[in-house]
Write a protein that binds this ligand. Structure first.
Ligand code: KIV
Length: 266
């Protein structure tokens, strides 16, 4: 495992593939959660635009603004000492020309203190990825299911077009991305991409053959209400734990047993 005392750099993160070490990433949106995740030694923390749904309660990620990403990115980057912090470029922030994308990416790096940005796109964003990278902005690409395309897709389906997926992944690498998220694609295609690329693949719903994995933290700790998507494993049931604690607190307040002597000043 990489040293816990030093923050992982972009080249170190990319080199984990060559060393054969599996990469663990999770999302975080605030300092408390980010600091907790960071103590476990995971290699990457993503401030995902999934915050639009997870934190803001919106139907999808499209309304999330650059300012909101910076607000959350700053909180996370401030709390993290070890993991590489990556901040998502929200919908609309990198689609209006390469200069505007560079300005947006630079703003994210300058104002959050994160180590890299992530953007959804493959072949059609290769020019923008290359422009960001040549401006000194490290880019993690995101191919396969792209939640920012939900209106065009009409939902969050598994993406199965092998030729397109291969072309997207190869274009992202060629453009200079240091890693690539593969979301909701068949395991076989993810394995082929992983074998073909020199940069690490980080899977979410892409099978165990990827170089690393990422999940939305609220999903994997069981904080998200309802049935999680198929690619999620619930490693804890925090929703029940919090519900039970709050119910116990409410009863203690009603019964006059909280605060007790230990919580009371004389
Ligand atoms: O926004 C996000 O959280 C993401 C991950 C799920 C990969 O893009």
């Amino acid at each position: 495992m990489a040293s816990q005392s030093k923050q992982i750099t972009v080249p170190q993160f990319a080199a984990l593939k060559a060393s054969g070490e599996k990469i663990s990433m999770l999302t975080a949106y605030d300092a408390t959660m980010a600091a907790l995740l960071d103590t476990t030694g995971i290699e990457g923390i993503l401030v995902g635009d999934s915050l639009g749904m997870v934190v803001q309660g919106r139907a999808n990620t499209l309304p999330v603004t650059l300012g909101e990403m910076i607000y959350h990115g700053r909180m996370v980057a401030r709390a993290v000492r070890h993991a590489l912090v990556v901040v998502d470029m929200p919908f609309g922030s990198f689609h209006c020309g390469q200069n505007k994308a560079i300005a947006a990416g630079a703003k994210v790096l300058k104002r959050t203190g994160c180590g890299a940005v992530k953007l959804e796109g493959g072949v059609e964003q290769a020019g923008t990825i290359a422009a960001l990278v040549s401006a000194g902005i490290p880019v993690m690409a995101h191919c396969g299911l792209r939640p920012q395309n939900v209106l065009q897709l009409g939902g969050y389906q598994v993406q199965r077009d092998t030729e397109q997926l291969m072309a997207d992944a190869e274009s992202a690498q060629q453009a200079g991305a240091f890693a690539i998220v593969l979301e909701c694609i068949p395991e076989e295609i993810a394995c082929r991409i992983t074998e073909t690329l020199q940069i690490p693949t980080i899977g979410i719903g892409a099978g165990v053959g990827c170089d690393g994995q990422i999940l939305v933290v609220n999903d994997m700790i069981g904080l998200t209400p309802g049935r999680p998507p198929r690619h999620v494993r619930k490693f804890a049931d925090v929703r029940t734990t919090i519900g039970d604690a709050v119910t116990e607190y409410r009863d203690a307040v009603r019964q006059g047993t909280f605060p007790g002597a230990e919580q009371t000043f004389q």
